[in-house]
Ligand binder design. Structure first.
Ligand SMILES: [Zn+2]
Length: 693
């Protein structure tokens, strides 16, 4: 809150103000928002694409699907009971200071702004996560808690609609003077969180704040003032604006969302006062306009939020050039820059192919270091968010495959099994002593109870919380099964007819899935089943009779008249497979990773003789790995049991003459990658050298 220096500050601000730059607004808002409530949409999806003309697979409502048993039910329960309440204690307390910032900005508390510029956005993500939980469990205490917070946020909002606590609290910065203040990132999460709150409660107290803020952004950005065109760089505001457009049907928000795409790459790339302190060019995807771009470049989170936002815009506009660019960039990410775990962002520091400095992002194609892989949890989650959107736009199952890959591997690895500790970076190998963690800011030897940069934890937790909303989509005349896991679905098809399904499975540990139709319309409709690209040899039966061709990497379509009691059986062979990389990936030459179904495995120190150097662990193609169900180990997993070879003639020199190495056989087990580092510090690797017998 501003204090006695108010009038002097205001005067100086006004004097130093450029044309189009907002004045620092120093009074909180007491005015009523404009009347927008008459035209609100009733769609309740995670993304509300009910009326989006260029979407093939439409959202089910949040709460229509709930996980009932097995893998995702277990993870969701940890989110409901531990992850989200525990995170709330952190963010509402003095360690996280997220809520404090809003209270201070609202004049309800004395103190300073703490946390990074984007801390508000991360707080909104936690609020959003809480609402997804409410959407399923309907615990009114959640709404009461969130309403109390909304009341404080409303008081923090400025009279003109501005809302980003650093500039409200601090005397030394003014709104929209430097893009590194991440104001539009905070905006994006505010808009999204408010839309979700409205969808689940029908209340407009949060939406009022969002509408007022979006009106402010429209007024500020729609004239395209020169000094503001580079601001939208960590672009969650595009997704937020499209979602607000879908909620309020106010076309100006869609227009502004599209404008943020159109502005990128339309100016000379050089440092100016709005970019000071943060890398420019490819780092923030501003060197080449999106529609002309051929390569995924720059900060991986920034890139994928941008693509996800552009996918939302395409859903409304259907512009071919935009979807062509997104397909091209998807291909570049997935087939040239993505890890086997679905993770993205190969490096902490590097350069783009056009020689711009890059942090936390993409480097050259096929350049895939394991130990120093950055793979920010947010980037991996963004990859699944982008793919979820592409799935809805194209109906192409390949996007469901990437969602599934991230969810089961590089997403979940960001949080400990007890739901209280977090990784920011998700490398594929760890070697004790190889990295000096003292010099690093977001790489850690083990998961941490708090991350000063807190973007990843709430991003992951909201993803687990909303995962039931991703599990199914509505097709033109039917329902698509995107994700497998024990659940119940109670929704309507696009024609309004009721459909109820039960899914029973021990996926991803077992490939058998049973889907029972409990209620449906009498007329024929489709049930679409995503057959993962790894699931070769899948069989599909309806009531015991072979029903459809299962082509891996596509949706299998069963079109028929369904009746209550009909049972679909999907049998996906869960084989343990060695996976090798493209020959251009030098970092994994003569090595393989182990994958079973969608789950990538690793080996870590806890399962090896003491002091074993992880780089001395080899696989032998002659030694079979046997899946073993262990319900009481690491939160319930299937391990792969078998023998590895441990090399004894250790290589210590930079280069050394080698003849036949000496190996010792050791009986051990491989664990799912996401579950590593839950048994103390140690070494770990996903890729291992293999001896072919
Ligand atoms: Zn993050």
């Amino acid at each position: 809150m501003k204090k006695i220096t108010f009038s002097i500050c205001l005067l100086l601000t006004v004097l130093s103000c450029k044309q189009g730059t907002p004045d620092k607004n120093l009074s909180t808002d007491t005015t009523k928002p404009r009347d927008y409530a008459a035209n609100l949409d009733t769609g309740k999806g995670v993304i509300n694409n009910t009326n989006s003309p260029h979407v093939k697979l439409k959202s089910i409502d949040i709460g229509d699907c709930r996980w009932t048993e097995g893998f995702w039910a277990d993870k969701w329960k940890v989110a409901e009971e531990t992850m989200i309440p525990h995170m709330g204690e952190i963010l509402k307390g003095d360690i996280g200071h997220g809520y404090n910032n809003f209270k201070i900005a609202a004049g309800l508390k004395e103190g300073e702004h703490k946390g990074f510029w984007w801390h508000d956005g991360d707080f909104y993500k936690w609020m959003e996560a809480k609402m997804y939980i409410y959407g399923v469990n309907k615990d009114e205490k959640i709404v009461e808690e969130i309403d109390e917070i909304i009341d404080v946020i409303a008081q923090a909002q400025q009279a003109d609609g501005y809302l980003s606590t650093p500039a409200i609290i601090r005397d030394d910065i003014d709104p929209f003077t430097n893009r590194r203040y991440h104001e539009l990132y905070n905006s994006g999460h505010l808009l999204t969180s408010a839309c979700i709150h409205y969808r689940l409660t029908g209340k407009t107290n949060f939406l009022d704040i969002a509408v007022k803020h979006a009106d402010y952004l429209y007024k500020l950005f729609s004239p395209k003032p020169d000094h503001l065109k580079r601001f939208g760089f960590n672009q969650t505001q595009i997704m937020g604006l499209v979602e607000l457009y879908r909620t309020t049907k106010d076309k100006r928000y869609l227009e502004l969302a599209e404008q943020f795409i159109n502005m990128r790459g339309t100016y000379k790339i050089e440092d100016d006062e709005t970019t000071k302190g943060y890398p420019i060019g490819d780092m923030v995807q501003e060197r080449v306009p999106l529609r002309e771009e051929t390569e995924a470049v720059g900060h991986a989170v920034l890139a994928l939020y941008f693509y996800a936002g552009a996918a939302d815009v395409y859903a409304e506009t259907g512009e071919k050039e935009l979807i062509d660019a997104l397909e091209r960039l998807w291909d570049n990410v997935t087939n040239k820059k993505m890890y086997i775990t679905g993770a993205i962002g190969q490096t902490h520091y590097g350069r783009s192919s056009r020689l711009d400095k890059i942090e936390e992002g993409f480097i050259d194609e096929y350049m895939m270091p394991n130990m120093t892989a950055y793979n920010e949890t947010c980037a991996n989650i963004c990859n699944s968010m982008f793919n979820y959107r592409m799935l809805t736009l194209t109906g192409d199952a390949k996007h469901g495959d990437v969602m599934e890959l991230v969810l089961h591997n590089s997403g979940l690895s960001g949080i400990s099994l007890d739901g209280k500790n977090y990784y920011y970076s998700n490398p594929l190998r760890k070697i004790e002593g190889a990295l000096d963690y003292e010099k690093m800011n977001v790489e850690f030897p083990e998961r941490q109870p708090y991350l000063k940069c807190f973007c990843c934890p709430p991003n992951l937790v909201r993803t687990i919380a909303k995962s039931p909303g991703w599990a199914y989509s509505k097709s033109e005349n039917g329902i698509a099964v995107n994700l497998y896991g024990g659940n119940e679905l109670n929704t309507t098809l696009l024609d309004g007819s009721a459909i109820k399904l039960t899914q029973k499975t021990d996926y991803p540990w077992d490939g058998a899935v049973k889907i029972t139709v409990n209620e449906s319309k009498a007329d024929a409709f489709d049930i679409l089943l995503r057959i993962p690209s790894w699931a070769k040899g899948t069989q599909i039966y309806v009531n015991g009779t072979k029903a459809a061709e299962a082509v891996p990497g596509t949706f299998a379509k069963i079109e028929r008249k369904w009746a209550a009691g009909d049972e679909i059986t999907i049998d996906m062979p869960m084989e343990t497979k060695f996976i090798e990389g493209h020959p251009r990936i030098e970092e994994v030459r003569n090595q393989v990773a182990i994958k079973r179904g969608p789950v990538v495995y690793c080996i870590e120190s806890a399962d090896l003789p003491e002091k074993t150097d992880i780089t001395n662990v080899y696989l032998s193609s002659a030694k079979k790995l046997s899946p073993t169900s262990r319900p009481d180990f690491l939160g319930g997993v299937t391990t792969l049991e078998g023998e590895v070879l441990i090399r004894k003639d250790k290589l210590g020199e930079m280069y050394q003459e080698v003849s036949a190495p000496e190996f010792q056989s050791f009986k051990t087990n491989f664990i799912p990658y996401y579950a590593w580092s839950n048994r103390g510090q140690g070494e770990m690797t996903v890729f291992l050298p293999v001896i072919w017998n």
